[in-house]
Design a protein around this ligand. Sequence first.
Ligand SMILES: [Ca+2]
Ligand SMILES: [Ca+2]
Length: 410
Amino acid sequence: MPPLSRGLFAIAGAAAAGGAAALLLAPRFDPPPARTGLSARVELAFPGLSFRRPLFLTHAGDGTDRVFVLEQHGVVHVFPNDPNARGTRVYLDISRTTSRAHDEEGLLGIAFDPGYRENGLFYVHYSAADPRRSVFSRFRRSADDPDRADPASESVLLEVPDRWGNHNGGMLAFGPDGMLYFSLGDEGAAGDPDNQSQRLDNLFGKIHRVDVRGATTERPYRIPPDNPFAGRPGARPEIWAYGLRNAWRFSFDRETGDLWAGDVGQDREEEVDIVTRGGNYGWRAFEGSLVFDRRLADALRPGEAIPPVATYPRREGISITGGTVYRGRAQPLLRGRYLYGDYVSGFLWALEYDRAARRVARSDFLGDTDLSISSFGEDQAGEVLICSFDGKIRKILAEDRAAPDPPRSR
Ligand SMILES: [Ca+2]
Ligand SMILES: [Ca+2]
């Protein structure tokens, strides 16, 4: 799954599974020096439930307050949002058509239609083999059981052939505008060898936006006329933003509608972006705030590449898991903060962004969870839950760290 470069995923995956030998090989990380401000610990949200490589968690937006958890091998579970839940039901099982040939392949994302309560429609992104490709499909809820999807209802929206198993993106979500957004990574290998993220003639290294309302088998989606490159010769009209290496997870702020993404770095920096219409997020001219390809960077106009909102160096983590802006009620200290983490180091951060000034007002290192954080999800009420590869779902409990003693006067 996530978005790792340089084959480290195998090490981390084995470590997550408890392999002692692998743990010896796992990279070591240093917490950031600042230890004031907020801190947090994590706690099991559903102690009675365990999952096999849970990759994502969400709700159907239909008022039923159920939780849906994706397992990488191609299964979606559903259960009531109750800490005492003892079991789940299998909502969807496409494990036979989902490819797990590469660690980053599988059932990667799910998004419920804004009209799900009435129309029962939802969308998934999964990997398939022979030939290797990303598949975007629509399914429908079964007619007689709200806890089951109709496995025969699949309708393919889009298939994207892919030469490499890594960097497949994976997120899909509806925006506040009712459009379906989805990410694709730069296709893979390393360093985006064909510079696809900067080019507009392909779907890789981007976030896309399509209109699935009134879709038919013949026309599974339409291009919103206000897409930034709609009508431009040679450009894919689906593109919303580009220059993204592997935006494994993105989310919309429930209150502001802002689109936040975590973009996984290559060798030096992980980054957080606020993604805007037509924006170029720099890869592979830039990796985070740093020049990656001098020739490409020099060819860009000043300001053409939009810098990240935040970055962190490799000593703090090597594969960002983009999170979500907290709009729940249970953790007032986190209200309005963008929560994100690192899949390999397990570090967790909260960032406060000043939208008027367009800058980070405050950033807190919340702590080391010691988890392989694969995703942040939200329940119906906006409470944020963490999926990790130990199979468990956790909530975040924040507290104000005691301020350090002030320096003594001399
Ligand atoms: Ca790929
Ligand atoms: Ca960037």
